[in-house]
Design a protein around this ligand. Structure first.
Ligand code: ADQ
Length: 468
């Protein structure tokens, strides 16, 4: 078995969170790295200011080497805040109105990818399997190929890949597609994303799919597939079971005084549909006066990317909106929305999910959405809650026991909240079981194995082949 080399923008170094359990993706990739031995490389999250970054910082943990590099202020501004988070992120989430394209940022993006490739080069061995993650690093394979790397290289896109009409609003879309053609395998969250990619190739006349899963573009043959990411289902269900005795969970439960809980857990991001969600909850309360005072909505939302102006503006909008609803509908003994801007440790999060009668997951667009899966995994099988899920989350392709909603349809979402709160136990159990059965089989380890076995299988021996 060849060594595995993982490259991602940020790297979850084990002791970074002082022993807190890591998220599913980190657990699965670490397990794959431990099994094969290997390297996980990425940005340290730190800036070296105006000076060039110093040597890589190397952390050894068993047979995994974590290799971290700093970036200059200019790199962080252009590559990370600029092109990745103000061009690729909004466009891939269909927010053309928020994309702020600039040539400086675009060239910074390609420059930093070249810099990462340069730093990775001395760590590579000839038969390493390389797995690149997410939109920050799309050009990585091309940068490595240009430096003579002939290894298998796979790429997984964690966010959506929009259809041609949306993707092509990005001035360098052809360059981005060309970069993807340098991988041996390109993985997407859903079949829709894969179809959008093939559609983009065909529309532009720059490639096609001669057979399912096979792609040809820019005279290169490569593979593409849908690999819906999962969570560490069994472990998460265990956290949730044990969390019942967690002091904070008990406090939260007491504070509800038997009111059903609706929970939302999201990074503060415009793609997550928070303002539409709060509007829908308000509509639910206005239309159903008998539920007023008898339900609590907890929204746990750590701030993210505050350096990006659109995020900073959104922090204010959502806080004001929650305050306005509480002011208008709250009473001396009841607050309609509990709004928290903090991260919560995973075991506590699992316990809060389990307390909640409704999981409200309504992104306007999401690659997958792991919160939807965590909410289901955390439920008590004897008294499970109901998942309300946006049809525009990748998870909607799998979670067929959820109440699917269109988050732009405020009344539809309000009706779904009512239906979820009032749903009889038997229906809740049947819906939950359907979803849990799937989550247990399609967990994050399975996702990791499926991707890596497709990337390394013999049939792909013609890797990095030139199409003839
Ligand atoms: P994200 O956009 O970050 O991920 P998501 O899939 O929901 O979205 O994952 C968020 C993770 O952060 C979850 O594990 C959740 O538990 C955790 N989290 C969120 N709020 C938290 C809080 N307050 N406290 C503690 N933990 C919190 C991107 C894509 C998604 C895709 C994932 C994985 O945008 O579409 O599902 O990558 O591929």
């Amino acid at each position: 078995m060849s060594r595995l080399v993982v490259i991602s923008n940020r790297v979850p170094v084990p002791d970074e969170k002082k022993g807190a359990p890591a998220g599913g993706l980190a657990v699965a990739l670490r397990a794959a790295l431990e099994e094969r031995g290997g390297v996980w490389m990425g940005w340290s999250g730190k800036s070296s200011g105006e000076q060039d970054a110093g040597p890589l910082s190397m952390i050894e943990d068993g047979n995994i080497t974590y290799a971290l590099t700093d970036l200059t202020d200019r790199d962080v501004e252009e590559y990370y805040h600029g092109f990745a988070n103000r061009v690729l992120w909004p466009i891939c989430h269909y927010r053309l109105d928020l994309a702020d394209y600039g040539r400086k940022e675009m060239s910074g993006y390609f420059r930093v990818n070249g810099f990462f490739a340069e730093r990775l080069l001395p760590l590579l061995q000839p038969d390493d399997t390389i797995w690149v993650h997410d939109y920050h690093l799309i050009p990585m394979a091309r940068e490595l190929r240009e430096r003579g790397v002939r290894n298998r290289i796979g790429f997984f896109l964690h966010i959506p890949l929009p259809p041609a009409d949306v993707l092509f609003t990005m001035p360098v879309h052809e360059e981005i597609i060309k970069c993807l053609a340098h991988y041996d395998l390109v993985g997407f969250q859903t079949d829709h994303d894969l179809a959008n990619f093939v559609g983009a190739l065909e529309r532009e006349g720059i490639g096609h799919s001669p057979a399912p899963g096979h792609l040809v573009s820019f005279e290169r043959k490569f593979r593409g597939g849908a690999y819906p990411i999962g969570i560490e289902t069994a472990a998460f269900a265990g956290f949730a079971r044990r969390a019942a005795s967690h002091a904070m969970v008990r406090k939260a439960e007491e504070s509800l005084v038997s009111r059903p809980l609706i929970i939302g857990v999201d990074r503060l991001d415009y793609s997550k549909g928070l303002t539409q969600r709060i509007d829908a909850y308000e509509r639910f309360l206005v239309d159903n006066p008998h539920h007023r005072g008898n339900v609590t909505y907890l929204q746990v939302t750590p701030k993210s990317r505050s350096e990006v102006p659109e995020y900073e503006a959104m922090q204010r909008t959502v806080a004001e909106q929650a305050g306005r609803v509480n002011g208008a509908l709250g009473t001396v003994d009841w607050v309609p929305i509990r709004y928290i801007n903090r991260s919560v440790a995973r075991p506590l999060l699992a316990g809060l999910y389990r307390l909640a009668r409704v999981g409200l997951v309504t992104p306007l667009r999401d690659g997958m959405n792991l919160v939807a899966k965590e909410y289901v995994a955390a439920q008590n099988p004897e008294d499970p809650g109901v998942l309300i899920l946006s049809r525009f989350a990748g998870a909607a392709r799998e979670m067929n026991g959820a109440l699917l909603v269109n988050p732009y349809d405020m009344e539809g979402t309000a009706n779904a909240i009512k239906r979820a709160i009032e749903m009889p136990l038997e229906e809740r159990k049947a819906r939950w079981q359907q979803m849990m059965d799937r989550l247990l089989v399609h967990d994050v380890s399975r996702w990791c194995d499926d991707f890596l076995s497709d990337l390394t299988e013999e049939e792909n021996a013609a890797h990095a082949a030139l199409a003839t």
